[in-house]
Ligand binder design. Structure first.
Ligand code: C5P
Length: 239
């Protein structure tokens, strides 16, 4: 995969104007743009079509978690919308993921389009070991064991990959093999500020550990020259 296609730019902005300005500037340099709850809830689904028209692919980061029928129906809508990848919570269970995968493939076939990549979120990286035990009542497993088990379950259901912390890449790669997609945030080039990210990894380290895609936001979006920052990351990945 080309370095350009490994970068997913987090469009953590409120308005269509700000989002499309970043896409226009960066679509020659970056392959995928992430629309999360902030932008999606502010602009609606047409933001996906507008980014596609501006030359970018879209990762819809809404982390679906609901009954199987509802999640499958929402997955069909994102498929028709032309989204490139989207995510769900593995905690929704096998039936939810099985129906989602079936729905996405059927909808893509019906419309003669490519199915989007489906990604599972396992344990959110904001959840600590003590929260796993006390808030989620998972008392007999470590965070890493839980992450790996849910990643395996997602893979068995036909989900294409996971979103995970850089710390979890090696364990998931070993458990799920080469073809399972790994997307990781928490990325900081050595020359940029950590902001509120605690355990950070450079783009090169993440790829060396086995990541397929990296979600990167502020190191590019708040740089004086976003395009130069993106190019510098690509050069480091290729070098
Ligand atoms: O600006 P920054 O590079 O920190 O943006 C990272 C993006 O990845 C944000 O959209 C954030 O919500 C998302 N993310 C994250 N850590 C996670 C999961 C998602 O930073 N564990």
């Amino acid at each position: 995969m080309q370095a350009k296609d490994r970068i997913i730019l987090a469009l953590d902005v409120d308005t269509e104007k700000q989002a499309l300005s970043l896409v226009e500037q960066l679509s020659p340099t970056i392959g995928v743009f992430k629309v999360g709850m902030q932008l999606y809830n502010s602009c609606g689904p047409q933001i996906v079509e507008k980014i596609n028209q501006t030359g970018g692919k879209v990762f819809v980061d809404l982390k679906f978690h609901d009954i199987p029928n509802t999640v499958a129906a929402a997955g069909k809508v994102l498929t028709r919308l032309g989204c490139y990848m989207f995510n769900i919570h593995a905690a929704g269970g096998r039936e939810m993921m099985n129906q989602l995968v079936k729905g996405v493939y059927e909808e893509a076939k019906l419309n003669n389009i490519s199915p989007p990549l489906t990604l599972a979120v396992t344990v959110l990286t904001s959840i600590s070991q003590s929260q796993l035990e006390n808030d989620m009542f998972i008392k007999d497993k470590s965070v890493e064991e839980t992450v790996v088990e849910w990643a395996r379950m997602a893979q068995e259901c036909g989900i294409n990959g996971v979103v995970c912390s850089p710390q979890e890449i090696t364990a998931i790669r070993n458990a799920c093999g080469r073809d399972f997609k790994i997307v990781t945030p928490g990325i900081r080039p050595s020359w940029s500020a950590a902001n509120d990210q605690k355990r950070i990894t450079t783009p090169k380290e993440a790829v060396t550990m086995g990541a397929d895609y990296m979600v990167i936001g502020r190191p590019i979006t708040v740089a004086d020259n976003p395009q130069a920052a993106a190019l510098r990351i690509i050069e480091e990945l290729e070098g």
